[in-house]
Design a protein around this ligand. Structure first.
Ligand SMILES: Cc1cc2nc3c(=O)[nH]c(=O)nc-3n(C[C@H](O)[C@H](O)[C@H](O)COP(=O)(O)O)c2cc1C
Length: 226
């Protein structure tokens, strides 16, 4: 791949003044998915990695269960992940072409920082169900993506059928109650697409109708733009 490394805009640095809401909006709006194949070295150094991982700790966590964890996949572990991706593909499709198998293996080597997000359905208070735990994990992941963005890195989440494979579960030593949610990739963006059109609050916000019907939708009557 012959792609020039381009600097990633530093959201906060691009905003005049220090109004926290303006900074927060700029940071959130400047995060966009950069596909892992476009995330090159350098990745975060040790200090930056600490900031990114530490950002997860600010996620809301009902009951403080710490129902999620992240498993870093260093370069030394990429061969084993590639084996798992290839085996998962062949388990799904025994007739997969050598090219398809090679492509599935190659995904293990993308992005200088790669980690697996894991949520635990059973740890701690059983009254707190998987959906709440997964929301907490999503908040932790978004915190990390935003910190990576603030540090000038590109990032992506990826899923795929291999997440549920026995080989991946074994490689990451997932317990019976744990689920692999997605991979988190972080690195220097070598290219980026124009920002995608975001939905407006009117597209996803309604008021509970005065009749109390949960299905009644009324357009919001407040200004809705960041
Ligand atoms: C849990 C999760 C898994 C994802 N998995 C993939 C994936 O496997 N491949 C992919 O191209 N994008 C994946 N995405 C990224 C979305 O496609 C992306 O967020 C969406 O295109 C919107 O782009 P944006 O992040 O720039 O707003 C995933 C997103 C989430 C939240």
């Amino acid at each position: 791949m012959d792609l020039a490394v381009i600097p990633v805009p530093r959201a906060a640095a691009d905003v005049d003044g220090s109004d926290p809401a303006t900074l927060a909006a700029a940071l959130m709006q400047s995060r966009q998915t950069i596909l892992p194949k476009r995330l090159l070295a350098p990745g975060p150094d040790a200090r930056q990695l600490g900031m990114i991982l530490g950002a997860a700790a600010s996620a809301p966590d009902h009951g403080q269960l710490l129902p999620w964890r992240f498993v870093l996949v260093p370069q030394a572990g990429r061969d084993r992940l590639a084996d798992v991706f290839a085996a998962a593909l062949l388990a799904r499709d025994a007739l997969a072409s050598p090219g398809d198998v090679a492509q599935s293996r190659e995904k293990a080597y993308r992005a200088p920082l790669l980690m697996l997000a894991v949520v635990d359905a059973a740890r701690g208070d059983a009254q707190i169900d998987l959906s709440e735990r997964t929301v907490s994990a999503g908040c932790a992941i978004q915190n990390m993506l935003l910190m990576a963005t603030a540090l000038g890195f590109g990032s992506a989440l990826t899923s795929g059928k291999a997440l549920k494979s026995a080989g991946l579960r074994a490689l990451f030593r997932l317990t019976d109650s744990e689920h692999a949610l997605c991979f988190v990739s972080i690195g220097t963006a070598c290219s980026r697409k124009p920002a995608r059109l975001r939905p407006a609050p009117q597209d996803f916000v309604s008021h509970l109708g005065s009749g109390g019907s949960a299905t009644e939708r009324e357009p919001p009557d407040f200004p809705c733009s960041l």
